[in-house]
Design a binder for this molecule. Structure first.
Ligand code: ADP
Ligand code: MG
Length: 273
């Protein structure tokens, strides 16, 4: 008898990203290095799914695979019902916004030119319309019209993140990927950026997949948390359930020295419970 796997049944809602039995393998001379092994992950429409895991567990690679920038060794990744590999560069830009961890802006371009870049690349819209669309996004991320002509070297860390976010959203994608969105920001800028992300998620009805190790960011924004360890997603669920899961990484991450803070945050953000 042929052993066929049971058909996959989503638990609720519409899956925006569906990853099944993913393997990621890197080979260097004389060494084969498995990053993901049979990793499954389903992200539903409208949620803010946070991915946490130790350094080098393949969080960034996973985002790049969802974007179609990297191909897994084995397994399937569907994004908005389509194989990620088939999205293509243009398809990906209009359907997925990505804020890279070291999301460098083009230093020779002004703020507005940076935001407009993905639209310019299309070469289908008149310049005035491109400018107008970029101005809308500039203001949507809390920048002022007079910031439009500034150069990246004139901007604070928080403003650079906002410009990169405006660029990620310029084509109105339904899905936004964030790699360590608040890393490198001072606490005040970090709070401001989290508040912005929260309102954009709500106002634009975005689905967000975020990698972060910052507990404030995690608890302020996440509807669910996925923990990457032992080369796979070992647990996924609401923060309260994830914290209760028995695993050495989870114990260290949430309940070690930072545990007190995690418990305070759970009280502070009861929606997370
Ligand atoms: N293109 C690549 N070639 C070889 N190894 C890679 C490549 N990209 C990532 N890696 C390795 O894969 C592992 C996961 O990387 P990454 O996803 O960046 O981790 P993190 O979870 O810290 O974001 C790391 O050990 C990294 O060195
Ligand atoms: Mg990373």
């Amino acid at each position: 008898m042929v052993d066929t796997p049971a058909p996959y049944q989503p638990t609720e809602g519409t899956p925006i990203v569906d990853i099944r039995k993913l393997w990621t393998v890197f080979t260097t001379p004389g060494k084969r290095f498995v990053v993901h092994q049979d990793l499954d992950l389903t992200v539903m429409q409208g949620e803010v799914l946070s991915i946490v895991g130790g350094s080098g567990t393949g969080k960034t690679v996973l985002l790049r695979q969802i974007l179609g920038l990297e191909r897994p060794a084995k397994g399937e990744i569907h994004v908005l019902g389509q194989p990620a590999a088939e999205l293509g560069q243009r398809g990906a830009a209009s359907r997925i916004g990505m804020l890279f961890q070291h999301g460098a802006l083009f230093s020779a371009f002004s703020v507005l030119e940076n935001i407009a870049f993905p639209l310019r690349e299309l070469r289908t819209l008149p310049a005035a319309l491109v400018r107008e669309a970029a101005m809308v996004k500039l203001q949507m991320v809390g920048l002022k019209p007079e910031d439009a002509d500034k150069m990246p070297s004139d901007l604070s860390g928080g403003m650079i993140k906002r410009v990169a976010l405006a660029r990620a959203l310029v084509m109105d994608p339904p899905l936004l990927l964030l790699d360590e969105p608040t890393s490198g920001l001072d606490p005040e800028s970090s709070d401001g950026f989290v508040t912005l992300l929260r309102s954009l998620h709500r106002d634009l009805a975005l689905t967000v997949i975020m990698v972060t190790h910052d507990l404030d960011t995690l608890f302020e924004l996440s509807t669910r948390i996925a923990v990457l360890a032992d080369k796979k997603v070992i647990v996924i669920g609401p923060p309260k359930d994830v914290i209760a899961f028995q695993h050495p990484f989870i114990h260290d991450f949430f309940l070690g020295e930072r545990g007190q803070r995690a418990m305070e945050l759970l009280r502070e953000y009861p929606f997370a419970v």
